[in-house]
Design a protein around this ligand. Sequence first.
Ligand code: FES
Length: 286
Amino acid sequence: MEARGQAERSVYGGHGQLMAELAADALAERFSHLTLEVTDLDASEAWYRDVIGADLVGRGLTAEPREHSVLQMNTGQLIILVHNPSFKRATRAAVHHGFMVTYEQYLRALERLPRLGYSIGDTRQQFRARGEYSIDVQDPDGHRFQIQCYGPESSRAILPEVGVVDCGPADRYRVGDVKLFKEGNFFLVRLAEGFLAMTRWCCHMNGLVVYQREHWRFWCPYHSATYDLRGNATGGVPNLNALRLNPISFSEAGHVLVDTDRVQERACFDSSQAVPPPASLADSRS
Ligand code: FES
C-alpha cells in the first residue's frame, strides 16, 4: 500500500497547530504586523535587518503617534518598532516570538549570528523532536526570538543500527501482547492475524512513541499523535501515515526475527502486513 504523499501531510505540528477541521473556521490566516517597543530605533533597525532579514520600509509611516520604523519581511508581514526611551521588557522568560525558517537558513544563522557579534541561546533542548532545531536570540532590548526549523531527518525513519533482533519464541506471545524492544526501537505486536514490528518513530516528526497500556494505543509525547495497536494514526495530528514496519521472519527454532535495517512505509494497516508464524509454530493459545 502506498504511503500518503508528502504534500498531503501536515508540515507544522508545533504548539498552536490547528486541527484540519478547525482550520476552515479559523478567524485569521496569519498576523499582519508585529509591534514592539524599543529604546533605540537605529540599533533595532540594524538588528531586525541583520538577524531577521527584514527590509526597512521607512519611518513614521503608520498612524502611530510615537516615532516608529516599519520593516517588512519577505512574507509581506510587517514589524513595527515604536520608540520608547524608557521601555523595559518584562523579565518573564517564557514570553517570546518564534520564526520558522528553512533548514538552510537555520544553518546560515548558526554561522552568521556569532560572526556578527550576536549571541545565541537555546531554551528548548528538552522539548524538541528528532530533526527539530531552534535557537534563541535577543534583540537589543531583550525581546526574545526563537528561530525554528525542521531538518531533513525530521520525518525520516532513523535506523538503530542493531541489525536483526531476536524477539524470542513466537509461541511466547499471546494475541494482544505488545512488547517494546528498546535497542531496536520497535514494538512487537501480536495480532490475531500475526505479528507486526512497528518502529517507534512517530510519522509526524520523529518523536518516539510510547505504549499506553490503559488506552491500548501508542502516543507521541511531542504533539500528541496517537496510533492504534495496528499502527493506524487515530488523532492528535491530522493526516499521518501508520507507524512504519520492520520486516519479520522466523528462525528454525521458531523465534521471531525483526530486521531493523529495513523499514516499510504504509498509509494504514491491512491484514496482509501481519506476519503469521509458520503453521508448525501456530500458537494454540491464540
Ligand atoms: S513528533 Fe509530532 S506528534 Fe509525534
